[in-house]
Design a protein around this ligand. Sequence first.
Ligand code: IPM
Ligand code: MG
Length: 356
Amino acid sequence: MKIALLAGDGIGSEIMAQAIKVLEALRSDGLRIETEAAAVGGAGYDAARDPLPEGTLSIARAADAILFGAVGGPQYDTLPRAMRPEQGLLRLRKELSLFANLRPAVLYPELASASSLKPEIVAGLDIMILRELTGDIYFGQPRGRRETEGEREGFDTMKYRESEIRRIARVGFDTAMKRGRRLCSVDKANVLDTSILWREVVNEVARDFPQVELSHMYVDNAAMQLVRAPRQFDVIVTGNMFGDILSDEASMLTGSIGMLPSASLDAANKGMYEPIHGSAPDIAGKGVANPLATILSAAMMMRHTFDRADVADRIEGAVRQVLGQGLRTSDIWQDGMRRIGTVEMGDAVVSALAHR
Ligand code: IPM
Ligand code: MG
C-alpha cells in the first residue's frame, strides 16, 4: 500500500500526525504500508512558490492512495488565484481524475446531542452524498473577467458532458446498491440546461439498475429537505457546485464536522482521502484539533482503495470505542466527558486498535 501523505496547512500537520500513528500501528500488525510525505497548499507555496509543486504531483501520481490534511490560511488570502492553496487541491482532483467524491454524513449515537437539529430528526442519520468533482462550473471554460459596456464583469461556465454525468451516475447507483437502494439525483432542471441533460442521462443509467429507487429533486428543495427531514435520503448524487454546498449542510446535521471523512476516487478506485473540515487556522498549533476525521479518512482508504473492509471496520470500531470511553476533543466535548487534546486522541485510538 503506497500512501502519499499531504498534510497541508493549519491543523493539517497535527491531525496527519495522528493518522500516521494509526498507519504505523497497522504496519506493525503486518500491513505492508509505505508512506511518503510532500508539501501542498500554502506549504507548497512556501516551499516551491506553487500550491501543487511538481514533486508533490509526481508523488501523488505514483501512490495508490493519498491522505490529505487541509489547506488554506489567512496569509495566503491575497495571493493571485493560481497561487492560492485551494488550487493545489483542485488541481490534484483534476490531474488525477478523481471525479467521484463520497461524503458520508453519519450521526454517531454518542454525539447525538451535538447536532443543532432536534435529536428526533437526526437520530440514526446515515446519508451518503456523492459529488461530481472534476467538472461543472468549477472547471468550465470560458471563465474570467472582462469589461462590458464600461463596467467590470465576471463570468464562469457551467457545463457537463454526458460521459461525465454517466460515470458519476453509475457510481451513484452502485453506491445505492450497497446501501439502502435509494438514490436521489439533485439538479436545477427547472432553470438550467446543464441540469436538463443531467436528469436525462441519470434516467438513462437508471435502466441498468432496476432495483434502485431513483428520485429527482431541485437543489433548493434538497437544501430545505436536508434540514426538514434528512432521514428521507439514502444516497444523493449531484454536480460539483451543488455538492459542495449540500455536503457542508449535511455535515452540520451531524453536529461534528471534526468527525467526517471523505473519499475522492478515480475510475480504478485510486483515491484521495481527506477530512471534510478545513485548516482551522484559528486553532492551529494549539494541540486541540480533532484528528478523528483524518483517522476515519484512513479507514475509508482501507475500504475503497485497498479493499480491506476488515481493516476499515477495525479503525472505525476503535474510534467508536474511544467515544464510548467518554474521550472528546473540544469541538465535540459535552458535560460529563473527558476533554483531551489532538495527540491524546490519536494515542487513544491507537491503543483501542491494539485490543481489536
Ligand atoms: C471542498 C472545499 C473546496 C471546494 C475548496 C477548498 C476549493 O470547499 O472540498 O468542499 O470548493 O471543493
Ligand atoms: Mg466545500
